[in-house]
Design a protein around this ligand. Structure first.
Ligand SMILES: Nc1ncnc2c1ncn2[C@@H]1O[C@H](COP(=O)(O)OP(=O)(O)O)[C@@H](O)[C@H]1O
Ligand SMILES: [Mg+2]
Length: 252
């Protein structure tokens, strides 16, 4: 079943000096329900813009974006978002930060606190529920932000370089963790990353975008079964996918 349908979407920004910046042009992409898709491409190619369009945070200039058959015109409850920076509320403890989307939506239930605690435990943050964001490392804050995006078990999860601020080891751990969560609670994930190996490791398909104006250059199928661990990185199929993507991006 198609979960997301992007048809000939474009986005033009007006910069301060009045110049038109074409961020995205002619983007068409169908994403299946519970598919894991990564977007990769050079900086400034419109990855974040595409995510913001899907999140309903900004409107497209042309074309259309649909989720579950409905045009995206505003942020939807069924969509969770993780930005590159954790953007936690500094005056709330971790537990309340994770519960925040539910309280905003008026959906706090007696069992919500347990859900939030379970997620924090899953993210390796058990015992930190009552700590405040500035008492934590960047990695811990980002893991909290991921819990927050998952607390209402959204059908669609949009992630904009969610591990960008993490050290390499935490990053690897988090990527496997995310795969595990996704297996346990299937959802459609659109994942923006700079890391080619991360994209191949995680995704069913990798969408490679061209420099500005961002267009889709190629969509790479990753023909590797699941569950996946880092061992798959040694496989031929993995190397071939990674090489193809690298070639598309760098020309080498
Ligand atoms: N609000 C905005 N106003 C003007 N230009 C913007 C705005 N947001 C993004 N852009 C421009 O659109 C292009 C794509 O940006 P972005 O989606 O952030 O790229 P990426 O996430 O791939 O690095 C860039 O040239 C950027 O400067
Ligand atoms: Mg970006």
């Amino acid at each position: 079943m198609t979960s997301i349908k992007i048809s000939n979407a474009s986005k033009v920004f007006q910069s301060w000096d009045g110049e038109a910046v074409v961020a995205l042009e002619g983007i068409s992409l169908d994403i299946e329900e519970n598919e894991f898709i990564s977007l990769v491409g050079p900086s400034g190619c419109g990855k974040s813009t595409l995510l913001r369009l899907l999140a309903g945070l900004i409107p497209p200039t042309g074309g259309s974006l649909e989720i579950a058959g409905e045009a995206v015109t505003e942020p939807r409850k069924e969509t969770g978002i993780v930005f590159q920076q954790a953007t936690l509320l500094p005056w709330k403890n971790l537990l309340d930060n994770v519960l925040f989307p539910l309280s905003v939506m008026g959906e706090l239930k007696p069992q919500s606190e347990q859900t939030a605690r379970d997620l924090l435990e899953l993210a390796g943050l058990a015992g930190f529920e009552k700590k405040y964001p500035d008492e934590l490392s960047g990695g811990m804050q980002q893991r909290t932000a991921i819990c927050r995006a998952l607390v209402h078990d959204p059908e669609i999860l949009l992630m904009d370089e969610p591990f960008g601020a993490l050290d390499a080891l935490t990053r690897e751990e988090m990527s496997l963790e995310l795969l595990r969560i996704w297996t346990e609670r299937p959802k459609t994930i659109v994942f923006v990353t700079h890391s080619i190996t991360e994209a191949v490791l995680m995704s069913d398909r990798v969408v490679v975008m061209s420099p500005r104006p961002g267009r889709i250059m190629e969509i790479i199928d990753v023909p590797i079964g699941r569950p996946r661990t880092f061992e798959v990185e040694a496989r031929n199929e993995f190397q071939q996918c990674a090489q193809r993507i690298r070639h598309l991006i760098t020309g080498k």
